[in-house]
Design a binder for this molecule. Structure first.
Ligand code: DX5
Ligand code: ZN
Length: 224
């Protein structure tokens, strides 16, 4: 069992973001999760491509941009230009036409497309075989804020998503779980097929953040 950990900088110190990103990388973060919200798709406003651009040269780990935007097709190119490696757009916010366009933009820059699902959205809402999807992002809280309670009802969805993984054994598909991940559920998520765990408050809101990160990472199989 092994999963990557992607600390979510939504929970980091917003006055010191590039240094926070560097710290997370030094602790051993596999990816950095960046939540982009427009106040429309999600009831919160967060970051723009400028932050992604500022962080990009400071760390080597992949930048995992989670676009909680009502019109992701309008902004996707700005995020890939800024240096996003994974760009996830929400199943609830795309049509076949907009997702095809988003896919083309991401391909042009040789980056990776993720499809994100709110807790109540079934995986069947996007026909994955029509797209070149590198990640399924299963939200285990409703979009908006860090520090919400994990919704255990999404676990069967994680398992279902991981079946796609074995079906697509010829190429790698990441299964990311996002929201309320902590020491109490991380192992269970891995056992059900998660390959990447997003961690906001369970890392950044702890007194000893480095120790909290390392404990989580050890729990999901890393030897650090
Ligand atoms: C919620 C965001 C999450 C959030 C996770 O809308 O998508 O990525 O930062 O934070 P925690 O781990 O505190 O739930
Ligand atoms: Zn997120």
């Amino acid at each position: 069992m092994y999963a990557k950990i992607a600390p979510s900088i939504l929970s980091a110190d917003h006055g010191d973001m590039t240094a926070e990103a560097v710290r997370a990388e030094q602790w051993g973060a596999d990816w950095l999760h960046v939540d982009i919200m427009d106040g429309k798709f999600a009831p919160n406003l967060t970051f723009g491509p400028g932050l992604v651009k500022a962080i990009r040269p400071k760390v080597a780990i992949p930048l995992d941009c989670h676009l909680m935007l009502a019109e992701p097709e309008k902004y996707v190119e700005r995020f890939v230009e800024a240096g996003a490696d994974y760009v996830s757009v929400h199943a609830e916010a795309v049509t076949h036409t907009s997702l095809s366009y988003i896919q083309d933009v991401i391909k042009k820059y040789n980056r990776k497309l993720g499809i994100a699902f709110k807790p109540a959205t079934p995986l069947s809402s996007v026909d994955l075989k029509n797209y070149d999807v590198s990640m399924m992002l299963i939200m285990s809280v409703n979009p908006g804020f860090s520090g919400q309670k994990f919704l255990p009802e999404v676990i069967p969805k994680v398992r279902e998503a991981s079946k796609n993984l074995s079906a697509k054994s010829n190429r790698h598909l990441e299964i990311e779980v996002d929201g309320g991940v902590d020491l109490s559920n991380a192992r269970l998520l891995c056992e059900n097929g998660a390959t990447v765990l997003v961690a906001g408050n369970s890392v950044f809101a702890q007194r000893d953040r480095e120790a909290a990160f390392k404990e989580l990472k050890r729990l999901v199989g890393a030897s650090i």
